[in-house]
Design a protein around this ligand. Structure first.
Ligand SMILES: Cc1cc2nc3c(=O)[nH]c(=O)nc-3n(C[C@H](O)[C@H](O)[C@H](O)COP(=O)(O)OP(=O)(O)OC[C@H]3O[C@@H](n4cnc5c(N)ncnc54)[C@H](O)[C@@H]3O)c2cc1C
Length: 810
């Protein structure tokens, strides 16, 4: 065994084998894989191994397309062909029109990635799958590339190719300890010797947290028991004249595919079970859990009703094995939070189908720092402080129970809520607030208009439209108040803080105490990494001091990005304040009057202009007030320590009463920010685009001597951007666009919607979209595929509400 390597991948299931192979494809051949037993002896060997192209985001569709293309290539390799049935086709069933709308949206989104799904009615489902009944069936989504693969052959083929490219695979070599050296490289201990690796990758499947513990971390990943059975041969299958398409049923929670001349049927029962919560027997390898068919009777009945032929056939084999689930169901593929030179590819619940793509994206991140797609939906840093076994188990159970049920727009499922709250959460709820969840934080979404109001989640416009209209109107003509929980806040101090922030951002940073600026941070490729509100505060101990504020979701990500860039010997200190402070936002033309009545001092536009910050006492609470606006109205962010949040809130409510102050929520903010073409991190601000493509030219100071990403931007000087972010006005009154919807000119796909909402002040149905640069001219007519209908739209000038920005300057 080698004693030195560039990357040590731990685990030889599909995740590890795919990562190893793709590292060699990216040009790194000095890489090894360490497997405690034999390849595929974890979950991979007994997988049902379906390979679908379906995904709920473009990144997922793109990575699955990569899997399919790679697996086809492997299957066709004359030297080492593997069994892959691709192109059997598969149907996701639906028994409501609401589900069909979802499928229509996902078909629109996939078209933007070059993938064609078909939305078909019940009769067509039965024509394509002759064993199903159409009772209680509305239709389904047809994925023409659906199929299944031999998982062991797949891993062997990937390992074989990786070896040919120089990688080494060590079987029967368990990793027993990981030690990080001062230079941040790793000593990887095994009974066969220790390997010194620059980088380690956790691909340990259900043993993910054994390996994580060796690094001193825990991942929010939990295993569930999952069962399928294989039937005896069935004449209906054998004599059909074609292979049976795959079926996935969100109504009764099962899947079904052909296995030889019988069927393989797998179940996601409601009475489901976590596995290995209190540790896993070290001897559990190439092993299964005991069969437990009693547990699946609820879902079995649904499968029988859909496929009556199943009732007449015997069962040949039962497989019950552990399958990993993360907190939100999506895998964790990327850098391990808080660690250097450590990555993971874990929590794969459909890893055989997706693994080809995940390994591809991870290898790119390891070698180039970033992948071809924005991988935020997979990024391990999307969870901060969520890693308890108990919370993970609750969410894993919920994900498992809803395996084939996609989220409707704005739907947040209840398990593990509330998780992160502020001192105001319960008070706001008592006043009628409906909460959404942002990065684990409960956040005011909208005020319930009547005690019995229940939001209907839908891809079409709902009753909530009028509720949001009223919240926006009250604020726009008077004054509103909301709480922004979980807003990321990091104090940056130290003698080198100014130089550090200058280097980290492509924008001008505030030089005077009391000034605020919106700044952008780029990655090494000159594309958007982070967005922050930077505030210069009074120096402390003779050193400059800033508050770095960003989206709630960015907490772990931004802290990691900033801390990784502190150079050796640089005097920069980062102190997270996210959990100790909360923001209240006071917005609307009467906001100044309310603030003046609540906090002593001169709050006039002259004394406290737009983009200012200063300490104040709000009622009796210490606060830092900033004049910044995400709504486009005159607005103040009031940052308060949690211990004084309630008195600050009560004071504003009390003085606001005389001015008609009302509460508003995140949905009203979303409507208003679209009218300002203000961008949202990881909706519109993506690692796939430069600030110029994103329309942020005015924030880029190329004259600065140096900043992260500058050489990459300079290298592109003179090149015309391929894409542009534009604002669209949509000619449609019964639905808003959803992120991912496809933008077309005629039948040609030219772009994708990143966010959308109805603008209640302008009366415009709005969307932001990245589209081909040649279509980005203002006035260009386009169409959008919105849940299957082709709807006219037009590129309009950004910032349709108050383009002169007079209101926030008030
Ligand atoms: C019943 C069932 C049906 C399924 N059906 C499908 C399906 O139809 N389609 C689909 O895409 N997915 C399916 N899955 C899920 C899929 O099989 C998994 O997502 C996938 O196999 C996970 O691969 P992995 O590489 O992450 O984990 P594993 O296959 O478990 O591999 C992890 C490896 O790491 C090794 N390891 C652990 N600790 C150490 C250590 N300390 N040192 C060295 N090595 C170590 C283990 O021995 C193991 O070989 C199914 C799962 C189950 C249980």
């Amino acid at each position: 065994m080698k004693t030195q390597t560039r990357v040590a991948v731990i685990g030889g299931g599909i995740a590890g084998c795919s990562t190893l192979y793709h590292l060699t494809q990216e040009g790194w051949s000095d890489v090894v894989l360490l497997e405690r037993d034999e390849l595929t002896s974890g979950t991979t060997w007994h997988s049902a191994a379906q390979v679908t192209n379906f995904g709920m985001t473009q990144t997922m569709v793109g990575l699955k397309t990569h899997s399919i293309q790679l697996y086809q290539e492997l299957a066709n390799d004359p030297d080492y062909p593997i069994n892959y049935h691709h192109g059997d086709g598969g149907i996701r069933l639906a028994n409501t029109e609401a589900q069909m709308d979802g499928y229509r949206h996902f078909a629109s989104m996939a078209r933007g990635m070059g993938v064609e799904f078909e939305v078909i009615d019940a009769a067509e489902c039965a024509r394509r799958h002759p064993l199903i009944s159409t009772d209680n069936l509305v239709g389904g989504l047809w994925d023409p590339m659906d199929g299944d693969i031999d998982p062991a052959q797949l891993c062997q083929a990937l390992a074989r190719r990786a070896r040919k490219a120089g990688a080494e695979v060590y079987r029967n070599t368990p990793v027993t300890a990981l030690r990080q050296r001062k230079d941040m490289s790793w000593e990887v201990e095994t009974p066969n010797g220790t390997i010194h690796a620059e980088i380690v990758v956790n691909a340990g499947g259900y043993r993910v947290n054994e390996i994580a513990a060796m690094m001193g971390v825990r991942h929010p990943v939990m295993s569930m028991e999952h069962q399928y059975f294989v039937t005896d041969d069935m004449p209906q299958v054998r004599d059909a004249g074609h292979r049976m398409p795959l079926l996935r049923c969100p109504i009764s929670d099962y899947y079904c595919r052909q296995e030889r001349d019988g069927l393989l049927v797998g179940f996601y029962e409601q009475d489901c079970r976590t596995w290995g919560m209190d540790g896993i027997d070290p001897k559990f390898t190439n092993d299964l859990c005991p069969d437990d068919l009693d547990r699946i009777t609820d879902v079995l009945e649904g499968a029988f009703a859909r496929m009556p032929a199943l009732m007449e056939v015997g069962i040949k084999t039962v497989v019950n094995g552990p399958i990993t689930y993360s907190l939100d169901g999506a895998p964790l593929v990327g850098p391990i939070p808080g660690k250097r030179n450590a990555f993971c590819i874990i929590g794969l619940r459909a890893g055989v189908g997706e693994g080809g793509g995940h390994g591809w994206l991870l290898a790119q991140q390891i070698v180039h720092g970033e992948a071809v797609y924005d991988t935020w939906g997979l990024d391990p840093r999307r969870f901060t402080g969520h890693d308890s076994v108990e919370l993970t188990a609750l969410k894993a159970i919920e994900e498992y129970q809803n395996e084939f049920r996609f989220h409707f727009p704005h739907e947040h499922r209840p398990a593990g809520r509330p998780f992160k709250t502020t001192p105001l959460t319960a008070l706001l709820e008592a006043e009628g607030a409906v909460m959404t969840q942002v990065s684990g934080w409960e956040r005011l979404d909208y005020m319930r208009p009547a005690p019995d109001f229940v939001e209907a989640h839908s891809f079409r416009r709902t009753d909530l439209h009028e509720v949001i209209a009223a919240e926006v109107q009250a604020l726009h003509s008077g004054v509103g108040l909301t709480e922004v929980s979980g807003f990321t806040r990091i104090e940056v101090t130290g003698a080198d803080a100014t130089a550090f922030l200058n280097r980290m951002t492509c924008s001008r940073i505030p030089s005077k105490v009391g000034r605020v600026a919106l700044v952008y941070l780029l990655n090494g490729q000159g594309r958007i990494k982070c967005e922050a509100t930077l505030t210069r505060l009074e120096d402390r101990d003779g050193a400059p001091r800033y508050w770095y504020g960003s989206a709630a979701a960015a907490e772990g990500h931004d802290f990691d990005w900033l801390s990784q860039h502190i150079a050796p010997g640089e005097d920069v200190r980062l102190t997270p304040l996210t959990e100790t402070h909360t923001t209240l936002v006071l917005a609307g033309p009467k906001a100044r009057e309310v603030l003046s009545a609540t906090a002593r001092g001169d709050w006039s536009a002259e004394a406290f202009p737009w983009l200012s910050a200063r300490p104040a006492t709000v009622g009796i609470a210490d606060a830092l007030v900033m004049s910044v606006s995400f709504s486009g109205e005159l607005a103040y962010e009031i940052h308060v320590r949690n211990a004084q949040l309630v008195p600050a809130y009560r004071a504003l409510r009390a003085t606001g009463a005389a001015h008609g102050l009302t509460l508003f929520g995140a949905r009203a903010v979303e409507s208003m920010r679209l009218e300002k073409s203000f961008l949202h991190w990881k909706a519109d601000l993506l690692t796939e685009f430069t600030p110029f493509e994103t329309g942020l030219d005015r924030f880029v100071r190329m004259e600065k001597p140096d900043f992260v990403g500058k050489p990459a931007l300079e290298a592109r000087t003179g090149a015309n951007p391929a894409k542009r972010l534009v604002t669209l006005s949509i000619a449609c009154t019964d639905r808003e666009a959803q992120p991912g919807a496809t933008v077309q000119v005629g039948s040609e796909v030219v772009g994708t919607v990143t966010s959308a909402a109805f603008g209640h002040r302008t009366g415009l149905n709005l969307a932001l979209a990245f589209i081909d640069a040649e279509q980005a001219r203002i006035g260009t007519p386009l169409t959008l595929d919105l849940i299957g209908d082709i709807i006219p739209a037009e590129v309009i000038a950004p910032n349709p509400f108050d383009p002169g920005m007079t209101r926030p300057r008030g």
